[in-house]
Design a protein around this ligand. Structure first.
Ligand SMILES: NC(=O)c1ccc[n+]([C@@H]2O[C@H](COP(=O)([O-])OP(=O)(O)OC[C@H]3O[C@@H](n4cnc5c(N)ncnc54)[C@H](OP(=O)(O)O)[C@@H]3O)[C@@H](O)[C@H]2O)c1
Length: 324
């Protein structure tokens, strides 16, 4: 039995570094040596106790890249999706709490969840891809069915999923607009192909933005909260709003007449099926898309990484390099 370093969910929902026994090979499972992993907002929710099924002592982390039988692999973090493409089944769960996750030197996982690492990506970049990539792909492409030439708004562009959705929409040849709380993040998004952006923290931002852009065919949102009714106002007739998160909280009352008269679709979206995941990896490979890494930390520095995400300072993905 060998030991490994890991970040587990400890007492009081604190993310704690520890040494634990490394997993051993069992039939049908691969023991992957993880070289990199990445943080998601889910990990922050877990440390706040705001996530179902928290299991003390479980290894955290949903995203990983590593070595299995001498080959570089990435992990699909959507476990037991089930048979329907429309939605996940009762057994569905996200890798990392309650199942042991990727913030460790090794993981034991059924072989079906391993895919070859896209060759154009480094291990750190590939570790940034899985959870945000599949969530962005399903929201934008499988659910909202964004097409070339359509006008797409992605909210909160500093977020890991949001930035990936923007990259995918740019690759699709959509006309992409963004919102953020930070002008610098908007500038970075424009340098990556967005048309322009608005500060959602400014009073009346949506009126100016609606006038400038002429409205949107598709909106991808991860925050909900008080802005949600404004997003519906910014959709063109026949528009689709897909949302995958509620960082800013509940949705206030919306105007039903607006929704039925404009024939709007409001679409909830979560993670993605194994087909979504494979299609996302193929899409990323075809378009040579490289996930944006905000900052790289060691697992020993996990506390600083969690704080950066909780404070919303990042632009893109916060990644752990397991070799430092
Ligand atoms: N359903 C699913 O399958 C699924 C999958 C992944 C994530 N999620 C959820 O989706 C959310 C985002 O996840 P993530 O990992 O991408 O998080 P993240 O990297 O921490 O991004 C959060 C971003 O949200 C933006 N934001 C915060 N308040 C906002 C507001 N009032 N209006 C617009 N944008 C706002 C900020 O953007 P700026 O910095 O630009 O202001 C922030 O950077 C989380 O709630 C997460 O739990 C759900």
């Amino acid at each position: 039995m060998s030991s490994m370093k890991a970040v587990i969910i400890g007492p009081g929902n604190v993310a704690s570094q520890t040494q634990m026994i490394a997993p051993e090979a069992v039939k049908g499972h691969a023991v992957v040596q993880l070289t990199a992993s990445a943080l998601n907002h889910r990990d922050v929710w877990i440390t706040k106790g705001q996530y179902p099924g928290i299991k003390e002592g479980a290894v955290m982390g949903s995203d990983g890249c590593g070595l299995y039988r001498g080959k570089e692999v990435i992990l699909n973090p959507g476990l037991a999706w089930g048979l329907s493409e429309a939605c996940q089944g009762d057994q569905f769960r996200v890798l990392g709490v309650p199942d042991n996750g990727t913030f460790a030197d090794f993981i034991s996982i059924p072989e079906e969840y391993l895919l070859p690492k896209p060759v154009h990506l480094s291990c750190l970049e590939a570790a940034a891809l899985p959870l945000a990539g599949v969530t962005a792909y399903r929201s934008l492409i499988s659910r909202a069915k964004a097409k070339a030439g359509e006008r797409v708004l992605v909210t909160g562009i500093g977020g890991g999923v949001a930035l990936m959705a923007m990259q995918f929409a740019v690759a699709l040849h959509c006309e992409v607009y963004v919102t953020s709380s930070d002008q610098e993040k908007i500038k970075k998004a424009v340098s990556m192909g967005a048309m322009e952006g608005a500060l959602y923290t400014d009073e009346g931002w949506h009126n100016d933005f609606l006038n400038k852009s002429g409205g949107f065919d598709v909106i991808i949102d991860g925050s909900c909260g008080s802005s949600f009714p404004l997003l519906l106002k910014m959709l063109r007739a026949g528009g689709r709003l897909a949302f995958y998160g509620a960082t800013a909280g509940s949705i206030p009352p919306i105007n039903p007449q607006l929704v039925f008269w404009k024939q709007l679709s409001i679409l909830g979206s979560t993670m993605g099926s194994p087909s979504d995941f494979q299609e996302m990896v193929d899409f990323v490979t075809l378009h040579s898309i490289v996930p944006v890494i905000d900052q790289v930390f060691s697992l020993q520095d996990a506390g600083a990484a969690f704080r950066r995400m909780a404070e919303g300072r990042q632009f893109g993905k916060i990644v752990f390099d397991h070799s430092i």
